[in-house]
Design a protein around this ligand. Structure first.
Ligand code: GLY
Length: 262
């Protein structure tokens, strides 16, 4: 889980028009921008070189930059987001990823895939089948990963309607340890891994991110924070209220890269 760089995109003027199932009222754009700036600073604190892309007013969800791409130490792949309003985000990200990786691969129609449905367990990948990711998209990603020496496994989220994305419910914070929501599905790749289950009422906090020697966690979820600190992690709580209103979590706000490979 070592990262050297991160790519972010600032929320734009139409942020409040993005997709959301949360019933928490519209976001305050100024507050979202200050939370976003604090998030970028936190990644710098973790030692990353951070590029913040200009807002793209045409795509209100484009600050959730994790969804249109998958980045690994072996290369990058542009997805084909499952929400029609987000499909165009891919074209704007392509030249950015080409700067970092040279060539980039793509998911092709009829495949659909959101980066939020892909969880890297440390070179082994869980791929969620969700409202945004279909079997064809998951299959294309699985083959792409296999060609690069990675294993993967699909996890059907059909019985978990509260999980918008796979990573709404799981975070890998170490090669042998995940944070999960209660009832997160069984998967072979999780066999032998320790599950830290968030308590009822703290489900949103399951989307935390391990970045080098820190774990970034959403502020306001004290029981998970205490648990992680008790296990010896250095935590960095961040206010996420305005992104939560728009169904976004900590992982969604960045693509985290390791460009010091090997
Ligand atoms: N608002 C994030 C998403 O639904 O894709």
């Amino acid at each position: 889980m070592h990262f050297t760089h991160a790519i972010l995109r600032r929320p734009g003027e139409h942020f409040a028009e993005g997709l959301t199932r949360a019933d928490e009222g519209p976001p305050d754009l100024d507050l979202a921008l200050s939370q976003h700036a604090r998030y970028a600073e936190a990644l710098v604190t973790c030692g990353l070189q951070v590029e913040v892309l200009a807002a793209d007013a045409e795509y209100p969800d484009s600050c959730f930059v994790e969804d249109p791409a998958i980045v690994t130490e072996a290369g990058a792949l542009l997805t084909r987001p499952g929400a029609p309003s987000r499909l165009g985000e891919v074209a704007t990200l392509r030249p950015v990823l080409q700067r970092y990786f040279g060539s980039v691969s793509s998911i092709a129609a009829p495949g659909l895939l959101d980066g939020g449905d892909v969880c890297d367990l440390g070179g082994r990948f869980l791929i969620g089948l969700s409202e945004r990711t279909n079997t064809e998209g998951a299959g294309q990603l699985s083959r792409w990963l296999e060609e690069r020496g990675y294993r993967s496994e699909t996890v059907d989220l059909a019985d978990h309607p509260r999980l918008l994305h796979l990573k709404t419910g799981i975070t890998a914070i170490d090669e042998g340890r995940v944070v999960v929501v209660p009832g997160f599905p069984v998967a072979r790749l999780l066999d032998g891994m320790e599950r830290i289950e968030v308590e009822a009422g703290e489900e949103y906090a399951a989307n935390c991110i391990r970045v080098n020697d820190r774990v970034l966690v959403a502020a306001g979820y004290p029981r998970l924070l205490e648990r992680l600190e008790g296990l010896g992690y250095r935590t960095l709580p961040l206010s996420m209220s305005e992104f939560r209103r728009m169904d976004g979590g900590l992982s969604c706000l960045s693509l985290r890269l390791n460009l010091r490979r090997g």
